[in-house]
Design a protein around this ligand. Structure first.
Ligand SMILES: [Zn+2]
Length: 175
């Protein structure tokens, strides 16, 4: 994990100080602790029968691995709004926010940060459009859970498989 060096506000070199039970970054010029938080992400599993739509990542990190369509939330964006925006950008599919069901939070470690994914599910019956990979996605197609397990080295994380399984169940239970 990359470390922070400078205060994001004033550029002063940071020191660390123990506070509230752990070593934290501190700026001696701002006289403030500089908190480092995980970064929120949102995405959608489109569920069709026993399959979920995955995208092949075109951006860093984990380029070339398969994951659920997801991306960083804008500063003022609700997770549901960001999830459908990312789905559209990466797969071309349009899903109504009101049809999203919260499936899981997916905590992943990236080289420079931890990300917390708000993962939703939507039935393909509620989705419009044709699948075409776009934005940072190199490819997009539906996967069965068994196929994901059999090719786990191509999947970004086992946590994606666990959430995909939950997404399929959730959509099935709501029908
Ligand atoms: Zn500062």
């Amino acid at each position: 994990m990359k470390q922070l060096k400078y205060c994001w506000r004033c550029g002063t070199k940071l020191i660390t100080r123990k506070y509230e039970g752990r070593q934290r970054y501190y700026c001696t010029r701002c006289e403030e602790f500089v908190y480092r938080n995980s970064v929120p992400v949102a995405g959608v599993f489109v569920v069709k029968d026993e399959e979920v739509l995955l995208i092949k990542r075109g951006g860093t990190p984990n380029k070339g691995l398969w994951s659920y369509p997801a991306g960083y939330l804008e500063y003022d964006e609700k997770p549901e709004t960001g999830a459908v925006r990312e789905l559209k950008e990466e797969t071309g599919l349009k899903a109504p926010e009101k049809e999203l069901k919260l499936v899981a939070t997916i905590h992943l470690e990236h080289p420079d940060k931890y990300v917390v994914g708000n993962a939703y599910a939507v039935s393909s019956e509620h989705v419009d459009g044709e699948v075409r990979p776009g934005d940072d996605a190199l490819d997009a197609r539906f996967w069965e859970i068994e196929e994901m397990n059999d090719n786990i080295e191509q999947i970004e994380s086992e946590k994606i498989v666990g959430a995909a399984r939950k997404a399929i169940q959730l959509v099935k239970d709501s029908n």
